[in-house]
Each structure stands twice: as C-alpha cells, then as structure tokens.
Design a protein around this ligand. Structure first.
Ligand code: GDP
Ligand code: MN
Length: 354
C-alpha cells in the first residue's frame, strides 16, 4: 500500500458552524459518529433522537468520521439536523489499512475459513478495520484534539426518555471517566486469544505498577475467577461516553499496540467493545465507571429503560420498563456490574426484576 497516493487530506473535510443560542453551560465534549454515506437515513434518525431528547438544549458539537469522503448530500442533511457545529473528518489511511506486521493474505484465509462462516461479521474485512479503528485510532483523529470527552453515537439508535442531566457534567463532577448503558456477553469464537494476549500485557511488572490495586479495579466484572479467564462481559460500546485522556495515556496506548501486533483484529475478530472493557476494568478504579441507569438507549437487539416509575413520567419516557435488557436478557451483565461496583439500582428495580 505504501506506493499508492491517497486523497484523504485534509483530515477535516468541512466544518459547519451554527449560530449558537446557547442556554446551558457546556463541557469540553463532542458527539462522535463513525458512519458510512449509505447510512444517511439511519443516521438522521439517531440525530433526531438525541437532539430532541438532549442536545438541542446544549448544542454540543458533532464530529462525523468516515474512511471515505462524505458526500455533499450526507453533509447537507446531517448538518441541518445538528444543533451544534457539525464537523466532518476523513480517517487517515494508516488508521484503516493493514500494518506491515499483519499478513493480509493470512487474514483473508481466516475470513474465508469455516470457523468464521457462521460468526456475525466473521467474513467481513471492513468490520475488522472498523473494530481496530475504534480500539486504537479514533482518539488520535486530529479533530478530537479539540475535546476531552466524547459521546459515541451510531446510526439506528433510539433514546426513549428525555436526558434530564448533562451526562458530561455528571461525569466531570463525579470524576467518572467511562459511562455506559448496556452490557452483553461476547461470542467466544471472535476472541479466542484476546484474554491471554491482554493478560500478557497487564501482568508485566512495569505495567502493573501503573494500574490501580486489583481490589479497587473492576476485574471482578470481567473475570469470575480472579483473572484466570474472561467471563465475556463487555460494555456495549456503540453507546459510550468517555474521557479521551484515558485513551491518550501511555498505558492504554501500549496495550492496544501490543494487541495490534498480536494480529487478533485480523486473524480473529476482536471487537472494540471487549477491548475497551478490558482496558477500563484493568486501568480505572471502579468509582470511575458509571452505568447510566437513567438513560433509555436502544440499538438493534438491546434497549434499556429506567426502572423508576416516577422518573419515567418526569423524563417523558416512551420505553417499556418490562423490556429492559438488564432484567430480560441472560446475556446482560448490568446486574453483575451493579453488584461489583456497589452502584445503586433505580427505585423500582425489584418490582420489575421478575
Ligand atoms: P455492529 O453495531 O457491531 O452491528 O456494527 P455496525 O455495522 O453498526 O458498525 C459500527 C459503527 O461503525 C457504526 O457507526 C457504523 O456506521 C460504522 N461502520 C461500520 N463499518 C464501517 C465502514 O466500513 N466505514 C465507515 N465509515 N463506518 C463504518
Ligand atoms: Mn451498530
């Protein structure tokens, strides 16, 4: 690939600045979306949801990233719906291609192998670039240099309640560095060696001494046997609000570099969700990690709904608490999280639990 020239510069395609009629005080933060041009209408749905439930009162910026240039139509239609400044960035080629230590031919054989034929996205090449980008490169995009916190937003999501409090402000006031709404268990076939590769890194003495004490970490959320093996629990990263300084730290940087050199983004199908989760659980104190039980968020198979009747009225919710993923799905790890982190559940949790 070294000999090809790419038109992927400048990294910022266009910035559409809105007249601000600001009311609420804003934090140093942005909405962040990786998306394809073909997903325009699913993206408009997401923007409409988050703007009407939250962002119209704040006008946070919205950063859109793409491995290909955005079309004029995509830019026109999405920027018209965003209340804050809309920025469109192109991903540098080095962040969406094979590194020289990965064998692209072997990666192809893996994708075509029987092992992956019945695994979700098992045969997809672009999905692997996407997961690797979301694991080790998104925070390096130059546009993100302007922000400290991001809120990840995908196409085809729903917010079922008004968001009553600015989550960025909540996180900053409470020293929270990673926030989520939903958890799932990973398909084991996608990550055969992720755990051992991760532990090889985290168990090095010079890394260990930079981590919080194990008792203060969230290791018990991701391992049921003191770190011997992974229980597959992960924060569903299509919703996440986090502090970019966490990823910018040398410990995270070296972790994802170590993972990348092991090749599992391509030779297996490592997702950014388990990668973020393992890093967060090892590197942060449990008190820095927050489950937003008061945000109703839905994407494809899973959705959350606040289990507090009075709150749902106040927040004009349309979600059905009886369908809340945490209490209806055997593959949610939210209850485990509440237990190990000692975070309180919402007021009517017991009423809906069974
Ligand atoms: P899933 O949530 O794991 O089913 O994966 P998605 O298909 O929803 O992809 C995750 C996110 O990455 C979404 O925001 C997609 O729009 C985005 N995405 C996935 N593949 C690509 C790609 O090839 N190019 C770009 N620009 N975005 C992608
Ligand atoms: Mn998705």
């Amino acid at each position: 690939h070294g000999s090809m020239t790419h038109q992927y510069k400048p990294y910022e395609q266009i910035r559409i600045v809105k007249d601000k009629y600001g009311n609420a005080a804003k934090q140093n933060a942005t909405m962040l979306t990786l998306v394809r041009n073909e997903e325009l209408f699913d993206m408009l749905q997401s923007i409409q949801q988050l703007e009407s439930r939250f962002n119209r009162n704040y006008q946070y910026d919205w950063v859109f990233l793409n491995d290909k240039p955005f079309t004029e139509d995509f830019i026109k239609q999405t920027s018209a719906m965003v209340s804050g400044t809309a920025r469109y960035g192109i991903i540098p080629y080095e962040h969406w291609s094979y590194p020289d230590y990965v064998d692209a031919q072997k990666a192809k054989e893996v994708r075509e192998s029987r092992h992956f034929s019945n695994v979700a996205y098992g045969s997809s090449e672009s999905y692997r670039h996407m997961c690797r980008f979301n694991s080790r490169f998104f925070y390096k995009h130059p546009i993100l240099d302007d922000y400290q916190f991001y809120w990840r937003v995908e196409p085809s999501i729903e917010y079922g309640c008004d968001i009553m409090e600015d989550p960025f402000k909540y996180m900053i006031d409470n020293k929270v560095n990673y926030g989520f709404t939903l958890t799932l268990t990973e398909f084991p076939k996608t990550i055969p060696t992720l755990w051992e590769t991760s532990m090889q890194y985290f168990e090095q003495p010079e890394v260990k001494e930079q981590l919080p004490p194990v008792e203060e970490s969230l290791l018990s959320f991701i391992s049921d046997n003191g770190g011997l093996s992974y229980n597959l629990c992960h924060f569903w990263s299509n919703f996440e609000i986090a502090n970019l300084d966490f990823y910018r730290s040398p410990v995270y940087e070296a972790y994802v570099d170590h993972l990348d050199r092991a090749g599992g983004f391509f030779y297996e199908r490592w997702g950014d969700a388990p990668v973020h989760t393992i890093a967060v659980a090892k590197m942060m104190r449990a008190s820095e990690i927050h489950l937003f039980t008061d945000i109703s968020y839905k994407h494809t198979v899973a959705g959350s709904c606040p289990l507090d009747d009075a709150f749902r009225q106040k927040a004009r919710c349309t979600c059905d608490p009886g369908t809340d993923w945490a209490i209806t799905s055997g593959s949610s790890c939210n209850i485990k999280f509440l237990e190990v982190s000692h975070q309180p559940a919402m007021a009517d949790f017991e009423k809906y639990r069974d």
